[in-house]
Design a binder for this molecule. Sequence first.
Ligand SMILES: O=C(O)CCC(=O)C(=O)O
Length: 376
Amino acid sequence: MHGLLSSSRSAPPPPRRPSATSQALVRNLVFFAVGCGVVLYFLVVGLPKHSNDANNDLYSRAHGAEEARFHHEDSASRGRQTGDTQQSVLERLLGEERRKNDVVLTRLRKAMLGAVKNGVDFFADYDVGTVKIGPPPPLEPPRFKEYLFHYMDTRTSKYPFVWLSEKPRVAFVPEFITDEEADDIVRAAEAKMQRSQVALGLDANKGASNVDDVRTSSGAWLDVSDGNGTAGRIAARALDLIGFPAHSSEMLQVLRYKHGQKYDAHLDYFDPRRYGHQTSNRAVTIYFYLSDVEEGGETSFPMANGRTDSPTNFADCSRGLRVRPKKRAVAVFYDMDPLGRFDPSSLHGGCPVTQGVKWGAPLWVRVPVEGYPAPT
Ligand SMILES: O=C(O)CCC(=O)C(=O)O
């Protein structure tokens, strides 16, 4: 042991090892450099929120929830501010064009909601700012896959719109046609106007009249099949708006309501229990407002926003949502849900015009139902 000690003493000196102080210095320097790197990374790239963004977007795509849309849109603008990494995630999910579109739509939508809150009269006695749109019904498994369609989407629509009611689904597009288009349609229909009719159910008496006091307007049908005239063009654009195939609508019905004229609350679809076997049925109604109206003439939805008690008086215009006619606008409402189930809450009517004249035009969009059990 001693010998070993003495021989080690005489051995050449070992390579110089850093002292404890210099080791600590180096370690601190390394920590400092790594820390700076991390801070620099977050300053340049931003906090890693990718998974949140992706989740928000997927959630929003899967559920179509309005809240998620707002969240997603906020995330989109955050992404732009915080650097390329977030942007690339968003771009992969959405695509540059669609993201731009979102931001524009959000601004317009918020401006519209602001205008409504500040008393601009799009909707009579109705606070559209309170409308909440929840998830649409799950699409899997589809009941009848041929019926499947999607509700309009505030994120992707070429035309900014607001949802006015979740059940029934009612959307309002404030600028959809031009003044000239509206005037053209009125001119084309004016010479052909006849007293409006109602459809007779299976239980109607033999020889019963299609003219009824529940509907006192006049109307005319315009062909939309050529796609060239104004009626054809706006009908094609409206089908594009709701993402339905070309030529899936009826002709355009143009309506004129003079003082006191109205259409009591009713449903647009033909329930086979009342009207017998149908080969196709009305899924969506797109209502063009062709004039402003000085007073009255709102389109009313007495069961708007989830109200379940059916009105006892169908001529009563005092409850629910009332959409004030506004030239160039359209209201879109869904007579069926995306699974092809009739929606009795789509009950609606035209309130009496109390001053001025109202021109409007419903375009009924159909889906084939031949060979499928009647939607319930
Ligand atoms: O004129 C309106 O506002 C509603 C018309 C309507 O409900 C219809 O024609 O089915």
